[in-house]
Ligand binder design. Structure first.
Ligand SMILES: C[S@@+](CC[C@H](N)C(=O)[O-])C[C@H]1O[C@@H](n2cnc3c(N)ncnc32)[C@H](O)[C@@H]1O
Length: 378
């Protein structure tokens, strides 16, 4: 399925990207355009001085490379993550009144690993009604079950759960940096990673910074202009007729933005300098409060929630408590299995790791299945 949805690169021009403002000559361009080419493909005019990056070729990093070959997400850390998403889908199904077709849409699906994990974890009575769809810019991998649809855009009219794990951090954005006088300017970058200042930030980008990421006037302070992510998230929420949309990412909110930004690269399991030559992942943490506001503005959307992954997984029944020692005596094999499970759950909920990720939960025309548990009587 194609057409209609939001692609990070298409939501209107940003002054940082226009040739006139960004000086897109000699290989200089805004970070958004540079990351778009590096991650998702090069237009014919693009040529990195010195040839293609270490990844080789110009197809775009994510079109060539499986994400799991370069970094580990919660999806790959443990099947308990897919099991928790399955619980969320079951609760969404209940909130929807068990529709005859229940959509499960995974945006930024990688190679479809989360979808297959969720399908395997669902009770049969729900699995039989699920219509799974991967939304991905990379091509469909071989071996995926036929029932999984593969699309470049979230299917409009979705009724069910739309889940996006570590998608928004890979939606390219422009970067601003204060010059010596403290004025925010677009940062321009070459495919070898060298940066310089471009035009001052004005217009909608400046308005976004004022609202969501106000900087001090300290020279060198940076900000990442999240308008593209807001638009991408709003596009995903718009595709949902009824149900729940969830984005999970490293996030920050207005009260605690990183003063030097968070743009970085990953290659072969290691953090590397963010060089937009197609040879590494380029990622920046997500201003999820801004995305939440953009999603909540979509007609029909309810109140969004921002939760830590730790809280979200606890509410879905995943926790890292160790099994009772008594079990080791009565059933040693079951004890060992439960111990392994609790170790994996502890990793997914560790506040210094995956547990510190943020879940942005956006219900549309249903109550949130992740609302706080009512306090239990003591
Ligand atoms: C960090 S990987 C995450 C993969 C998987 N969700 C996981 O958690 O392991 C991000 C993925 O999002 C995909 N992606 C980025 N922008 C996209 C878009 N606009 N539409 C569909 N997929 C996109 C990339 O191609 C990449 O495979």
């Amino acid at each position: 399925m194609t057409g209609g949805g939001a692609h990070p690169g298409d939501d209107g021009a940003s002054p940082g990207d226009t040739a006139a403002a960004s000086g897109d000559r000699g290989g200089w361009s805004g970070w958004r355009a540079a990351a778009e080419r590096a991650l998702y493909g090069a237009p014919p005019s693009f040529a990195a001085p010195g040839g293609p990056g270490p990844g080789g070729g110009s197809a775009g990093f994510f079109l060539r490379e499986a994400p799991a070959a370069h970094f580990r997400t919660a999806v790959h850390a443990s099947p308990l993550f897919a099991a928790a998403v399955a619980v969320l889908l079951v609760r969404t199904d209940e909130a929807l009144g068990h529709p005859p077709v229940l959509d499960l849409v995974d945006v930024g699906a990688g190679r479809g690993e989360l979808l297959t994990g969720v399908l395997a974890a669902l009770p049969e009575r729900v699995a039989a009604r699920v219509r799974p769809c991967a939304v991905e810019r990379a091509a469909r991998p071989a071996g995926l079950p036929d029932r999984v649809a593969w699309s470049t855009d979230p299917p409009p009219g979705t009724t069910g759960l739309l889940f996006a794990n570590e998608w928004l951090d890979n939606v390219p954005l422009d970067v601003a940096e204060n010059d010596d006088t403290g004025r925010p300017r677009h940062v321009l970058v070459r495919p070898d990673g060298r940066e310089r200042h471009g035009e001052p930030v004005t217009g909608e980008d400046a308005a976004w910074l004022r609202r969501w990421w106000p900087t001090s006037s300290a020279p060198g302070e940076r900000a990442e202009i999240g308008r593209t992510r807001d638009a991408a998230w709003a596009g995903a929420v718009r595709a949902l007729r009824r149900g729940v949309a969830v984005a999970v990412d490293y996030g920050h909110t207005r009260d605690a933005r990183p003063p030097l930004g968070s743009l970085t690269g990953y290659r072969d399991g290691r953090q590397v300098a963010p060089v937009p030559d197609g040879g590494c992942d380029l990622t920046a943490h997500v201003a999820l409060d801004a995305c939440a506001a953009a999603g909540a503005a979509v007609p029909g959307a309810g109140a969004p929630q921002l939760l830590t992954q730790r809280t979200a997984l606890h509410r879905l029944g995943t926790d890292g408590r160790r099994p009772p020692l008594e079990l080791a005596r009565t059933d040693p094999a079951a004890y060992l299995r439960a111990l392994a499970r609790s170790g994996e759950a502890a990793e997914l909920t560790d506040p210094r790791g995956f547990g510190g990720f943020t879940w942005l939960v956006q219900p549309v025309a249903v109550p949130s299945p992740l609302a706080a548990e009512p306090a239990r009587p003591r």
